[in-house]
Design a protein around this ligand. Structure first.
Ligand code: F3S
Length: 295
C-alpha cells in the first residue's frame, strides 16, 4: 500500500487562531463563556470545550448579562453585534480576518449603492453573516443557472464569495455576470487555504485508487473536498474518524490518499495515518475497523 497525506490537511490559519483565543478564555475560570453555535464542525473539540465550561448557545438571548459570547470564525451580521451590545454581553470575536474583510467590502459597497452578490450557499452561517452587513439585501448565487435568472436593475454590482466556495463554480458564475452587468466589481474572496486544499485534494485523488476525506459531515468545506475528490476518484469516502471505514468499501487497490477539512483536529489525521500504516493490506484494515466499531 502506498499512503500519501495532503500537506494542507487539517486546521487552517483561521481555525487555529480561533481555537487559541478560545483556549485563553478557558483559562479564565471566574468568567462564563459561551460560543454562538458550535465553535467548529468537530464534535470531539466541541464536547471537550463543553466539559471545560464553554458550551454553545443558539441565540444571543440565551446568554446572561454578566456572561461572554464567543463569535466564531464564520462571523455574524451587524445586527448580532448590536444585540450583544444592547444586552451588555461581553464579546470575544474570533471571526476569521479573511471573513471580516468580506464584511467590510460588503458594508462599504452597500452604503455606496451597489447591489451585493454573494456567491455561496444561502444556508451557510458565513453567508448569512455576510448578508447581515448589507441589511440582508444580497442576491445569493450558488449555480450558473441561478446567475442567469438574477436581476439587478440599474444598480452597479459588487460580487464577493463565501471563503470556502469551489473556485471553478465561482469563476463560471462571474464569467456569466460579467457578460450581463456593465458596471461590476468582483472580489475573489475564496480563501487561499481553501483553494490550496481543494487543488491538492484534487491532484491527490486523481492519482489515488482510494481517497479518504476526514472531517465533520456537517462541515461545508469537508463536503466540498469530498465532492471534488469523488469527481476524479470513485472510491472516495468521507469519514469523521478512521474507525468508520466499513467492509462494503472496495479496497482492491494500493494507492491511498488522505485529506481533511479545515476543522479536523490533527489527532484525527494522525490516528488515520497510524491505522493505515500498521496494516499490510486493506483486508486487515477493514477487519480492524470493524472490530473498533463493534467494541
Ligand atoms: Fe479563515 Fe480560510 Fe480558515 S477564511 S477560517 S483561514 S478556511
Amino acid at each position: 500500500m502506498e499512503l500519501r497525506v495532503a500537506k494542507t490537511a487539517g486546521f487552517c490559519f483561521g481555525v487555529a487562531r480561533a481555537l487559541d483565543m478560545v483556549e485563553a478564555c478557558a483559562a479564565e475560570p471566574d468568567k462564563t463563556y459561551h460560543t454562538l453555535g458550535p465553535i467548529i464542525h468537530n464534535k470531539h473539540v466541541v464536547d471537550e470545550l463543553a466539559q471545560r465550561g464553554i458550551s454553545p448557545v443558539d441565540a444571543v438571548d440565551m446568554v446572561g448579562q454578566s456572561e461572554n459570547l464567543i463569535v466564531r470564525t464564520h462571523g455574524v451580521g451587524k445586527s448580532v453585534y448590536d444585540e450583544m451590545e444592547s444586552r451588555g454581553i461581553g464579546v470575544v470575536d474570533v471571526t476569521c480576518p479573511f471573513v471580516k474583510k468580506i464584511h467590510n467590502i460588503v458594508e462599504k459597497h452597500h452604503r455606496e449603492g451597489y447591489a451585493i452578490v454573494i456567491v455561496g450557499d444561502k444556508n451557510h452561517p458565513e453567508v448569512r453573516g455576510i448578508n447581515g452587513w448589507c441589511e440582508n439585501a444580497a442576491v445569493i448565487l450558488a449555480t450558473e443557472e441561478e446567475a442567469k435568472k438574477a436581476k439587478f436593475g440599474e444598480k452597479p454590482v459588487c460580487v464577493v464569495s463565501q471563503t470556502t466556495f469551489v473556485q471553478n463554480i465561482f469563476k463560471k458564475i462571474v464569467f456569466f455576470l460579467k457578460k450581463t452587468c456593465n458596471d461590476i466589481v468582483i472580489f475573489d474572496t475564496i480563501c487561499s487555504a481553501t483553494e490550496e486544499r481543494q487543488k491538492e485534494a484534487y491532484e491527490l485523488a486523481k492519482a489515488s485508487d482510494v481517497m479518504l476525506v476526514l472531517g465533520g459531515r456537517n462541515s461545508s468545506n469537508t463536503q466540498k473536498l469530498y465532492s471534488i475528490c469523488k469527481s476524479v476518484c470513485d472510491n472516495t469516502f468521507l469519514l469523521e474518524h478512521i474507525g468508520e471505514l466499513d467492509s462494503a468499501c472496495n479496497f482492491d487497490s494500493k494507492k491511498v490518499g488522505i485529506t481533511a477539512g479545515a476543522s479536523t483536529p490533527a489527532v484525527i489525521i494522525k490516528e488515520a495515518i497510524c491505522k493505515m500504516e500498521n496494516f499490510e493490506s486493506f483486508e486487515s484494515l477493514v477487519e480492524e475497523s470493524l472490530k473498533t466499531l463493534n467494541t
